[in-house]
Design a protein around this ligand. Structure first.
Ligand SMILES: Nc1ncnc2c1ncn2[C@@H]1O[C@H](COP(=O)(O)OP(=O)(O)OP(=O)(O)O)[C@@H](O)[C@H]1O
Ligand SMILES: [Mg+2]
Length: 452
């Protein structure tokens, strides 16, 4: 590690030299000057982690240096040292953002400790800022985190089809990352500089959805006081993401099909259509093929949208992504909350691994976000995970061996678990199980025999 850079300013030469030697012995890279004006010039030239300055000096004094640092060099911490300390100047220094105000004569140990503390605080501040910047950075860059082979294959396929203009249907359970994939596709397409517009087809009734998608002209209906551009037009040159596509009414399906075929829209009340250049990405967590068979979704529209299908597997089918995603979300939310949380302890990870995540990645993210909010330490522990996750993990545990357990195996596992919960106390465990102590004892005896 490169040494931390310190700047010492004191017009009293002896005091300056003493401090310089003391801090050089600590291994810091120290620059010392007797003039405040010179200190200003040095601050402009190179970054310092910390400045220690005498308060009272001719021309440029310590208070002015402090102000300058706070205004122009926020990464430089400041400790003011006062030969003639007054309560007033101390208060002002702290108000202006000094890390500390030290009166002469000082103890060398105090200086050492103060300098170390100021540098550490600065480091943490910088670290959480870079984390925050990183998170902000990759939020718009669209990163899909995975180490699963099938997912890697999907990403590869996504990158291949992204630059083509063909429509894509993304399927997968709720929370698997369908919208994220849609953004990823847009990001890797030639339409990237253009808009990415998302619309949830299930969130509106038919009339409102038509108004959203197609827009209207002034006077098209009472209340239409001005022209309103529809989302199809707004997405022109870019990508329109149609979420929950199966929620569209039959009439809307027909209208959408026409737009895809004709590449033009007719806003409500308009007399001539508007050309649009849109790439469609649709998503659903339902079985569209089955819906087509049942007549719930138009087959022609399905074919138009489903030129390429990307099916995103449930999180429970790619368990090795769980720890990876958990850490990713941990850093993300720690940075967003400005907390110094970096660890997931082994117990918490075990619980996460055993859990089935019916809500997929979104559920995992919520769980981690909550854990980060709850923890007071540097890590998340099992205790900070939701109760139902702890309970549900018992259920998943029962089918751990790749096949379903027999009733007896199930019973054995359950008894062992209850015994653990009862702290090994058989009488208590029997009570919890609703059987008498002797029956419990017999069962345990039998399992032991089977094991042997
Ligand atoms: N592989 C991944 N890497 C990083 N973040 C992910 C990943 N998968 C999902 N996410 C995040 O999980 C959250 C849910 O993803 P998204 O909204 O894309 O899911 P969805 O399939 O559209 O869900 P729904 O069906 O409920 O609308 C988002 O915050 C998304 O950024
Ligand atoms: Mg979604």
């Amino acid at each position: 590690m490169t040494s931390r850079k310190l700047l010492i300013v004191d017009d009293d030469k002896v005091a300056m030299k003493n401090l310089e030697q003391l801090l050089k012995r600590e291994g810091y890279a120290v620059t010392a000057t007797q003039s405040g004006g010179n200190a200003l010039a040095l601050l402009e030239k190179q970054p310092f982690d910390l400045m220690l300055s005498e308060l009272r000096m001719d021309k440029v004094d310590g208070m002015q240096l402090l102000k300058r640092c706070r205004e122009s060099h926020p990464d430089t911490a400041v400790i003011l040292i006062a030969g003639h300390a007054t309560l007033e100047s101390a208060v002002e220094a702290m108000k202006l953002g000094a890390f500390h105000y030290l009166a002469k004569p000082y103890r060398q140990d105090d200086v050492r400790e103060l300098v170390a503390a100021a540098l550490e605080k600065n480091r943490l501040k910088r670290e959480s800022r870079t984390l925050r910047e990183k998170v902000a950075g990759y939020q718009d860059k669209v990163r899909i985190i995975t180490q699963d082979g099938h997912m890697q294959h999907l990403l590869e396929m996504a990158r291949q089809v992204a630059p083509t203009d063909c429509n894509i249907l993304i399927t997968g359970e709720s929370g698997t990352g369908k919208e994220l994939f849609a953004r990823y596709l847009h990001h890797h397409s030639r339409r990237e500089p253009g808009p990415f517009v998302a619309v949830n087809s299930g969130a509106f009734n038919e009339e409102l959805l038509a108004n959203e998608l197609f827009g209207h002209v002034k006077g098209a209906f009472t209340g239409a006081h001005a022209d309103k551009k529809g989302l199809l037009e707004a997405a022109s040159g870019g990508t329109l993401f149609l979420d929950e596509i199966t929620e569209m009414s039959p009439a809307m399906q027909v209208k959408l099909l026409r737009v895809i075929q004709e590449k033009e829209v007719l806003p409500l009340g308009a007399t001539s259509p508007v050309k649009v250049d849109v790439r469609f990405i649709a998503a659903t967590n339902r079985d569209v093929q089955e819906m087509v068979k049942q007549g719930g979704f138009r087959q022609d529209l399905y074919f138009r949208l489903n030129v390429v299908n990307l099916h995103i597997p449930a999180l429970s089918a790619r368990k090795e992504d769980v720890p990876l995603l958990a850490h990713h979300f941990l850093l993300k939310h720690a940075a967003l909350m400005g907390k110094d949380v970096t660890e997931l302890d082994a117990g918490a990870l075990d619980l996460l691994r055993a859990y089935d995540f019916p809500g997929n990645v979104r559920e995992l993210e919520n769980i981690i976000e909550r854990g980060v909010a709850l923890t007071t330490g540097r890590g998340i522990e099992a205790a900070q995970l939701p109760d139902d996750l702890r309970e549900l993990s018992i259920r998943t545990f029962r089918k751990k061996k790749g096949r379903l357990l027999t009733l007896e195996e199930q019973e054995q596992d359950y008894i062992n678990w209850v015994l653990q919960e009862a702290g090994g106390n058989q009488t208590l465990a029997a009570q919890m199980l609703g059987i008498d102590r002797v029956s419990l004892w017999r069962k345990l005896k039998r399992y032991e025999v089977e094991k042997a």
